[in-house]
Design a protein around this ligand. Structure first.
Ligand code: FAD
Length: 391
């Protein structure tokens, strides 16, 4: 392989590019990055960066002296992939033909359907989104957060810290009920209400109201919640539209095997845009997790360079979230769990560790605080996953 093109220059793309070099690739490396910024870390965008307590330099993903000997194309997007010749058409009018292609285009936030763009109404994915939201988070203003997933919950927490009045509207019965389930979601609900957030669950949002600027959020029951600023955090869609015609543009993400290989030879996908086969679940899953985007770069690189077939994606999925000074961590798969037992601490104090089990076997662990015990359980889950694969 003499030329490899990485499409997407953020966490997954950078991790894969690093791994390619680390694993001995010494050919030409192109990195096509739709953004104008050098790679930066996204988790602080809803937390410390949004709060204004860390700088741009502190969220950089590259070390100052890092040099991958790569040809970076900033502010350039890939518009199409011709799978037969691995030819990429780029937005600057040029084209690239590569021996190997890494798809690492991430995901984009969903907006409330049918809603026009209004000043004061935000989504949050990029550093520019975070800066623009931060300008609107003035003490005493009223923020309405649509969606109590991780991003919505973290922005609510940060905004309370900045002195805003915060209302959260969530369509599901509890915050974070997808990733942690309703029972533990009720603990997160209590955490938010304890910190002065007005939380309405089980309520859809039908639109945003306003002229030039947003003034309210219209609820499914006909009410309107007044707002000075709105954050819409209702999930993301993988950036795969540009792959239309290549056979790889599935709405649920680029379908890959358990090593990142796509159905097209010498094309791999990694990070938030990719749905890898998950042996533990017997289906393809797209994780929107920092750790997956970072760790799987090495596997995708090995797949591309050596067609690796040895199973190396050992660790169960892991996600953390910081809210109101607490770190919430979850590892494993909660799907199919038939019991949740609080093994340590107390949910009432928001200081606990809970284990999800299926037929008595631990399948996931959730903690608020309790970092040391959580690490122990996370390791145990990883060991169990390795033994299950060897059986
Ligand atoms: P992205 O980071 O989305 O990067 C994809 C890149 O590809 C982007 O730069 C995009 O512009 C570019 N691109 C898209 N299309 C094209 C194209 N056609 N051509 C060229 N370039 C293209 N995870 C956690 O585990 N814990 C957290 O606390 C946490 N907090 C988060 C907070 C926020 C605000 C956000 C947005 C995410 C958070 N995450 C967190 C998730 C984590 O950041 C993501 O899983 C990770 O960024 C995924 O990396 P990626 O490289 O796959 O995708």
């Amino acid at each position: 392989m003499k030329t490899i093109a990485v499409v997407g220059g953020s966490l997954a793309g950078l991790s894969t590019a690093r791994a390619l070099r680390h694993q001995g690739f010494d050919g030409r490396l192109f990195i096509i990055s739709g953004e104008r910024h050098r790679p930066y870390d996204r988790p602080p965008l809803s937390k410390t960066y949004l709060a204004g307590t860390v700088t741009d330099a502190e969220i950089a993903l590259e070390a100052a002296d890092e040099d991958l000997d790569a040809d970076w194309r900033f502010g350039v997007t890939a518009l199409a992939l011709d799978p037969s010749g691995r030819r990429l058409d780029l937005s600057d009018g040029s084209a690239l033909v590569a021996d190997g292609v890494v798809l690492a285009t991430g995901a984009s936030p969903r907006s409330v359907p049918g809603t026009p763009r209004l000043a004061g109404a935000h989504v949050l994915r990029s550093v520019d989104d975070s800066r623009s939201l931060r300008e609107d988070l003035r003490p005493g203003a009223r923020l309405v957060v649509v969606g109590a997933g991780f991003i919505g919950a973290e922005v609510a927490s940060t905004a309370r810290g900045l002195g805003l009045e915060v209302v959260v509207v969530e369509a599901a019965s509890h915050p974070l009920s997808g990733p942690i389930g309703a029972e533990m979601g009720s603990v997160v609900a209590s955490l938010h209400t304890r910190h002065g957030v007005e939380l309405t669950c089980g309520m859809g949002v039908v639109g945003l109201i306003g002229g030039d600027r947003v003034t309210g959020v219209a609820l499914a029951d006909g009410r309107v919640v007044d707002a000075d600023v709105v954050l819409v955090g209702i999930g993301v869609r993988p950036n795969t539209e540009w792959l239309r015609g290549s056979g790889l543009a599935a709405a649920e993400g680029v379908i890959c095997d358990a090593y990142g290989a796509t159905p097209v030879a010498n094309v791999v996908a990694v990070g938030d845009c990719a749905a890898w086969y998950e042996p533990a679940l017997g289906r393809h899953v797209r994780f929107e997790h920092w750790t997956a985007a970072r760790e799987r770069g090495a596997i995708a690189a090995a797949t591309l360079l050596s067609g690796g077939t040895e199973f190396r994606s050992g660790r169960p999925p892991y996600f953390w979230s910081d809210q109101y000074g607490l770190t919430i961590q979850i590892a494993g798969h909660i799907a199919g769990a038939d019991s949740i037992v609080v093994e340590e601490g107390s949910t009432a104090d928001c200081d606990f560790l809970a284990v999800y089990r299926r037929r008595a076997d631990p399948v996931a662990v959730l903690a608020m605080g309790r970092g040391k015990s959580f690490m122990h359980w996370r390791r145990q889950l990883a060991t169990a996953a390795v033994s299950a694969r060897q059986e």
